[in-house]
Design a binder for this molecule. Structure first.
Ligand SMILES: [Mg+2]
Length: 217
């Protein structure tokens, strides 16, 4: 049984339109101009910035009445709950399983937000295993999280593939356990990389990544 592991954020689901929707609603609820969307998007930094810092940036600009803990919780809930799979991503997963592939989602982040995303997307029913770094105890690129994913999916890392948008965590991490990789290169990528790992393949989206790896596998 071949194994395909995939990252979640900005691999299976693109985050920018979801942040834009949240930010638009948030600005309206705060009585602020929709013109601040661009500024807020910049402060968000693709979601890589701690939410407490996003809150501080907002609070420095206008008086915000909710305390930071509540802002972070409600923001996490709203963002995670808005995650959806596109029909193409969903059918790609269904098709892979139909071809006999084992599927595992390997995601870095807190159980609170990541499990909400898994629930909102319906991924649980489409894959064989889900590994969330906080629950596993280590994060990508640590080899243990990939080994755990393979174990839980009942598959071997020999001949396995990993698809992800983060060159260090996804590509570098998976190469560390001998898996081949497809880097989903997002034009809005805001990460800066420390590693020098070269992916085996480069794709523009998850379905594109799967098409390319199936041609190689
Ligand atoms: Mg990602």
């Amino acid at each position: 049984m071949p194994l395909l592991m995939s990252d979640l954020d900005d691999t299976l689901v693109e985050r920018p339109p979801l942040f834009e929707a949240w930010a638009t609603e948030f600005l309206a609820a705060q009585g602020q101009s929709p013109d601040l969307l661009e500024w807020l998007t910049e402060e968000d930094h693709g979601g890589h910035r701690p939410r407490e810092e996003l809150y501080a940036a907002i609070a420095a600009r206008w008086r915000i009445d909710v305390p930071v803990e509540r802002f972070v919780r409600e923001h996490d809930q709203a963002m995670s709950g808005s995650y959806r799979l596109t029909p193409e991503v969903r059918s790609t997963l269904v098709d892979l399983r139909g071809r006999g592939w084992r599927l595992a989602v390997v995601t870095n982040g807190p159980v609170f937000s990541q499990s909400l995303k898994v629930e909102a997307t319906g991924l649980e029913a489409l894959v064989d295993a889900v590994c969330i770094s906080e629950e596993v105890g280590v994060a990508k690129p640590d080899p243990l999280i990939f080994r755990t994913a393979a174990d839980r999916a009942g598959a071997s890392l020999a001949g396995a593939w990993m698809v992800g948008d983060n060159l260090d965590a996804d590509v570098g991490g998976a190469h560390g356990v001998g898996a081949r990789t497809v880097w989903v290169k997002r034009d809005y990528d805001r990460l800066s990389y420390v590693g020098t790992t070269e992916p085996d393949l480069v794709a523009g989206s998850f379905p594109d990544a799967v098409r390319r790896l199936l041609a190689e596998a």
